[in-house]
Design a binder for this molecule. Structure first.
Ligand code: PMP
Length: 455
């Protein structure tokens, strides 16, 4: 057994972390997480940490679920892996496809399995372009996403994402990916009523379609609530209008449910929360609660019929597509969510309670806006409470507040200066109190540190 400093030295010498400044990490060290139970992590020094982010929006059923370990062990012993490439399939894969067709909004009849959300979105890109080519409209290649949308880190998924840093770092510009402004009223339309802003923000899609040419647009992609980009909750009427615009131009609608899916918004899918009826839906993370890497593209009948009847071989797939062990774990995970009523629990109990507790912080001098739905919430920090005055440089204050929470043994994410929370769905009210109290103390300390942070 290595000591914590030994782990840290080895980590800094050999391991490049995702989305991390490696130099800063090496200087500040990292925490080695060795075990977990419920909503709690333990580090190698034996300190208990409250996981306010469910890993990375993943561990919806919480840690330490024996049922999931057993499901994996049973499947591993029987048939750990087999491919779907040779006109072959395995029982857990078929069963999971059927279960997902039942759970997702009507019409999403077929599942294509991948290993990650990025791969699911890559698959969706190729599917929609292939669909339009089969339909005799090969010019429809453009996919429209949104600023601060996040769809993954592979090249096309990064280009489809609306994150400028990713575009600068080898993720773009890639032809045929366009972006519209995001529906963040606090930043992009603070003077409008929520309803008026909903129409304005959806109107940006119509403008983009006209500028690109309706005959060139293949699809629009959006997360029901933008998670990674700062917890952007759509204004009322937004999704209905987006849907009307897509339908009007025959454009396919892709819902990226990678963070919203599997109960996070208080429904099985964010599409149900906002009454979205997508042609394609991408799933990952909560599909297996992170116990196994698995993701899926749910394909609606319009696209599925064309691919199946006109398409011949779709030259696309992954070695581990439909991995039986991952599928067995996902099936058991869905059973847990169902059996324990965790989705309703988010909608009716802990979701509203988290929002109520966070609303209690809205009087804090640093808090500009509190927003969220279910168990995904954001607290946006501002320089001047009178308006959405941003801190410059963006992110320094948020990062400081995040680091204070981490020191106080709670994981809360900072996206720019928005503090983001997405705890496991099994979190109790008492644990929510601990999370919000930790954030509250960190905000007080951040306020005191402000002259030093923003000289
Ligand atoms: N879409 C969304 C909305 C996500 O939040 C993420 C991951 N944070 C992805 C796609 C990419 O998923 P993965 O990291 O599994 O590739």
């Amino acid at each position: 057994d290595r000591t914590a400093p030994e782990w840290r030295a080895l980590d800094a010498a050999h391991h490049l972390h995702p989305f991390t400044d490696h130099k800063a990490l090496t200087e500040q060290g990292c925490r080695i997480i060795t075990r977990a139970e419920g909503v709690w992590l333990w580090d190698s020094e034996g300190t208990r940490i409250l996981d306010g982010m469910a890993g990375l929006w993943c561990v919806n059923v919480g840690y330490g679920r024996r049922e999931l370990a057993d499901a994996a062990a049973r499947q591993m012993a029987e048939l750990p892996y087999y491919t779907q490439f040779f006109r072959t399939a395995t029982p857990p894969t078929i069963e999971l496809a059927r279960r997902l067709a039942d759970l997702t909004p009507r019409g999403l009849s077929h599942a294509f399995f991948t290993n990650s959300g990025s791969e699911a979105n890559e698959t969706a890109i190729r599917m929609v372009r292939h669909y339009w080519a089969l339909e005799g409209q090969p010019a429809r290649t453009v996919i429209i996403g949104r600023d601060n949308g996040y769809h993954g880190s592979t090249v096309a998924a990064a280009a489809m994402s609306g994150m400028k840093a990713m575009h600068r770092q080898g993720g773009g510009p890639v032809p045929d990916f366009e972006h519209i402004r995001d529906p963040h009223r606090f930043r992009n339309g603070p003077d409008q009523s929520p309803e008026a802003f909903g129409r304005t923000a959806a109107g940006w899609l119509e403008e983009a379609i006209q500028a690109i040419g309706p005959g060139r647009v293949a699809a629009f992609i959006g997360e029901p609530i933008q998670g990674v980009g700062g917890l952007i909750v759509p204004p009322p009427g937004y999704w209905a209008e987006i849907q009307r615009i897509c339908a009007n131009h025959g454009i396919l609608l892709i819902a990226d449910e990678v963070t919203c899916g599997f109960g996070r918004t208080g429904h099985w899918f964010g599409s149900q929360t906002f009454d979205i009826r997508p042609d394609i839906m991408t799933l990952a993370k909560g599909l297996s609660s992170g116990y196994m890497p698995i993701a899926a593209v749910m394909v609606g009948q319009r696209v599925a019929r064309t691919l199946i009847e006109l398409g011949g071989e779709f030259a696309h797939g992954f070695t581990s597509s439909g991995h039986p062990t991952a599928c067995a774990v996902a099936l058991e995970n869905i059973s847990i969510l169902d059996r324990e009523g965790l989705v309703e629990r988010v909608r009716e109990d802990v979701g509203p309670y988290l929002m109520e507790r966070l609303e209690g912080l809205s009087g804090h001098p640093l808090v500009g806006e509190v927003r969220g739905r279910g168990l995904m919430a954001g607290v946006e920090l501002v320089r001047d409470k009178a308006g959405p005055g941003v801190f410059r440089p963006v992110g320094r204050v948020g990062t400081h507040c995040r680091d204070l929470c981490f020191k106080a043994n709670a994981i809360i994410r900072a996206v720019g200066d928005t503090m983001v929370m997405a705890p496991p769905l099994i979190i109790t009210r008492a644990e929510i109190d601990t999370l919000v109290d930790t954030l509250s103390r960190a905000l007080d300390q951040t306020k005191r540190d402000l002259p030093r942070l923003m000289p």
